[in-house]
Design a protein around this ligand. Structure first.
Ligand code: SAM
Length: 389
């Protein structure tokens, strides 16, 4: 028997709770993925916002990689991209790193290294579409870089980044963009009936549970990665954050309101909504910093937040005279962005048949939201870390 203060939990109940939690995590590892393929609602066609984030982080990736080349002799540069997903962004890091290393090695008068990239995501990720795009990708690299381009080996590493993925001291650089706001699991059984995430009206217990799950997951992530990186190895991470004034949570809470409307219209069973919470958390800069310092394996080189406008300048072809997308188009783009990322987990809970209606209603709510706030702008955190020697 285990004893917590005055509560005594029999061992068989403890085993059941542990098994239940493990099942939730394992189910999430299979269910969670971005929308596959090349269709209208696919991640491949709706990930321009994430691409902007990667472009924003490129100078920081560059700084971290240049530093590495000045301190460690590198013959085979080993890089992992965690939560790579599919579509054009999945190989974006590979091109950026090759460009950066190309410039760095010629500036430092070093031999260009061989490259080995590990593309990681969960088991349900559309790895096949990445593999299919590889011949063309490698050919265009060869064309652009010519004889200077050393062998480049691209591997897939399926699995959760909340477990070990690589041998000890085997990587030089780890990158993860727009993925770490996904928790290993959502807090359960906290009476969050009509919502699917934190809202202004969520109970303090709910806020605490989400915050604690983030701390636990992020700390574990840092510990695991510190085991896999060589001493002095680098890591650049980006994720959705929040600040005290604007709340990204508005987008997630609108999804809760939409689902709740559908319960009232008898399109969704109330029990399904009651038992569902999104496994997402958007930390503040301070929360992220506290975990990094507390975990202790990394020196924080940079931790910045930049405002990401989810609507403006997404597609230069459809901007109006003010260089802004019109309201309807903005709402459409935002809805598809959310749909491409969340649809698989929503299908697993509510069924495929309600998805078109759900996102039709969601888009109307986004139109109203944009009319209220004008721009949908949210903080994105970028951090650059060095593994302590
Ligand atoms: C929004 S996508 C970002 C993809 C890509 N990095 C980009 O910037 O376009 C987030 C990705 O993280 C993946 N992901 C979420 N939790 C994960 C985990 N525990 N382990 C590995 N990948 C995970 C998801 O499957 C998804 O493909």
């Amino acid at each position: 028997m285990l004893q917590f203060d005055h509560i005594v939990i029999p061992q068989h109940q403890r085993r059941q709770t542990f098994r239940k939690r493990r099942n939730i995590m394992e189910r999430q590892q299979v269910v969670l993925h971005m929308n596959h393929g090349m269709g209208d609602n696919s991640y491949a066609h709706n990930s321009i916002i994430q691409n902007k984030v990667m472009r924003e982080a490129k100078p920081i990736v560059e700084e971290n990689i240049m530093r590495l080349h000045t301190i460690i002799p590198i013959h085979c540069f080993k890089v992992a991209d965690l939560g790579c997903s599919s579509g054009p962004n999945a190989l974006q890091l590979v091109s950026s790193v090759i460009d950066i290393v190309d410039t760095t090695t010629s500036n430092l008068n070093l031999e260009p290294p061989v490259f080995q990239f590990f593309l990681n995501d969960l088991f349900g990720n559309d790895f096949n579409s990445i593999f299919k795009s590889l011949p063309q990708f490698l050919e265009s690299l060869q064309e652009n870089k010519g004889h200077k381009f050393g062998p480049c080996f691209i591997n897939a590493t399926p699995g959760t980044f909340y477990k070990r993925l690589f041998p000890n001291d085997s990587l030089h650089f780890i990158h993860s963009s727009f993925s770490l706001h996904w928790l290993s699991q959502a807090p359960k059984d906290l009476g969050n009936k009509e919502n699917v995430h934190l809202t202004r009206t969520s109970s303090p217990a709910m806020h605490k549970a989400y915050g604690e799950q983030f701390q636990k997951d992020f700390k574990l992530f840092l510990k695991l990665r510190s085991q896999e990186l060589v001493p002095g190895g680098g890591m650049v991470l980006t994720l959705i954050g929040r600040d005290k004034t604007r709340e990204i949570r508005t987008s997630w809470s609108l999804l809760g309101t939409t689902l709740n409307d559908m319960v009232l219209a008898n399109l969704i069973e109330a029990t399904k909504l009651e038992s569902f919470n999104l496994p997402l958390y958007d930390p503040t800069i301070e929360e992220a910093k506290e975990v990094i310092e507390d975990e202790g394996s990394f020196t924080l080189q940079r931790l910045e937040s930049f405002a990401l406008d989810w609507g403006a300048n997404i597609n230069e072809d459809v901007v109006d005279n003010n260089n802004k997308l019109d309201l309807n188009m903005k709402a459409e783009v935002t809805t598809k962005f959310v749909r491409a990322a969340l649809e698989p987990v929503l299908i697993a809970q509510f069924g495929e048949q309600v998805m078109d209606e759900l996102f039709r209603r969601y888009k109307n709510k986004i139109v109203q939201l944009i009319m209220e706030v004008d721009i949908l702008e949210f903080p994105t955190l970028i951090m650059s870390l060095i593994k302590n020697v």
